[in-house]
Write a protein of this length. Structure first.
Length: 385
């Protein structure tokens, strides 16, 4: 049956939409390359550009003999990416075309003879020369295939390295709209979204004011001791705009309303493989820690991730003084209580442990500043009459 006018228009429209979709994909990949560089390009994005780059290389190289399929991506500043938005649509059988044109290009051109020179015989290549030429072509083809396999292995290894750099994002005190945008970003860019704070979280996302000061939460404090990036929500918006992960430095939170530089110091400490801010401390958490205070499990995780040892029972002074390094043990042992504690409990804890119990604010303020605060300023006083 002959194709009707409406069917033809529908078919052409479908082809145009498919090509526009491919062009849009290419533009998105180019934007990612411009932002993050070629080395950070994922293997999936590379496969989008590969056939287009091969076609462009075919157009740019005049000699078929020198044609090689390139598997390495040029930098974003090269002119190659200026023309990939309109890729050629015709593909040529590379094996047939290369073999025939290579033989032609290897033979010397013979100038046309004048009428007075027609008596001279026209030289013809001998069968031996033709056979040698074919052997050379076969060796060149094998070398080209070997180089191609080597480049494929390099690209595959680079792709695996990029995939290992997993982004694990965790939001804190985000409103409904911000949480929706964060979820959209994770789905589009292949990042993992964690509801709970864990040491595997790489980025904690939080709202900020104009000075990039954030509200202190347990996720915020836990992110500091874990060395995660603490970034403002504008970082998420910029990543969505650029269709890729952007540099976090300009979006790093400065601190909370009690101290500054804690997020940066915590992150740098992890990068330098330094010990945690609470290392070599022995901490006992006394009390129920009911809402609105942080829960006991949250404080326990904060203490562990900060490098301290969590004690399961009240430390006893007589046991600490039996050891040769008793001064060190006494100074490194800390009892922390919640806000709902009686005077009798405070006196009992002080007598048993040999140290003054501290408010849990000492722990949070020390983390916020990434510096251990003076304990005397946080000695617990009973809130009960």
């Amino acid at each position: 049956a002959e194709e009707t006018k409406e069917d033809k228009i529908s078919r052409i429209r479908s082809q145009i939409e498919q090509r526009l979709a491919k062009v849009k994909q290419v533009q998105q990949v180019l934007a990612e390359i411009k932002q993050n560089g070629v080395d950070n390009l994922s293997f999936e994005k590379y496969t989008i550009l590969r056939p287009i780059l091969n076609a462009v290389i075919d157009q740019q190289e005049p000699s078929p003999k020198r044609r090689k399929t390139s598997h390495s991506l040029p930098s974003a500043s090269t002119s190659t990416f200026d023309v990939v938005a309109t890729p050629p649509t015709v593909e040529v059988d590379s094996q047939t075309s290369t073999t025939s044109t290579t033989r032609k290009s290897n033979r010397k051109r013979i100038p046309s003879l004048k009428a007075s020179e027609t008596t001279a015989p026209i030289p013809r290549p001998s069968p031996v020369a033709i056979q040698q030429e074919i052997i050379v072509d076969d060796e060149s083809s094998r070398d080209s295939r070997a180089e191609e396999r080597e480049r494929d292995q390099i690209v595959a290894s680079q792709s695996q390295a990029v995939q290992k750099q997993t982004y694990v994002l965790c939001g804190t005190v985000l409103n409904k709209e911000q949480a929706s945008e964060l979820d959209y970003m994770c789905r589009k860019m292949g990042a993992k979204l964690s509801v709970k704070m864990t040491p595997q979280v790489t980025h904690v996302i939080t709202p900020v004011d104009q000075e990039y000061i954030a509200r202190r939460t347990m996720k915020f404090s836990s992110g500091i001791v874990c060395g995660a990036w603490i970034v403002g929500f504008p970082w998420v918006q910029k990543c969505i705009e650029q269709l890729g992960f952007v540099d976090e430095v300009d979006y790093e939170v400065r601190g909370d309303h009690t101290a500054v530089d804690g997020p940066k110091l915590g992150r740098l400490a992890k990068n330098n493989a330094s010990t945690g801010i609470l290392s070599n401390l022995y901490i006992y958490l006394h009390g129920q820690y009911k809402s609105p205070n942080p829960s006991k499990s949250e404080l326990t995780n904060l203490v562990k991730w900060g490098g301290a040892t969590v004690l399961k029972q009240v430390p006893r002074e007589e046991e600490l003084t039996k050891k040769s390094d008793s001064k060190k043990n006494l100074s490194n042992t800390i009892v922390i209580v919640d806000g709902d504690v009686s005077k009798e409990d405070i006196r009992s804890l002080s007598k048993t442990s040999g140290c003054n119990p501290l408010k849990f604010a000492w722990l949070l303020d020390s983390v916020s500043a990434y510096q251990l605060k003076d304990r005397q300023s946080y000695v617990a006083r009973s809130s009960k009459k």
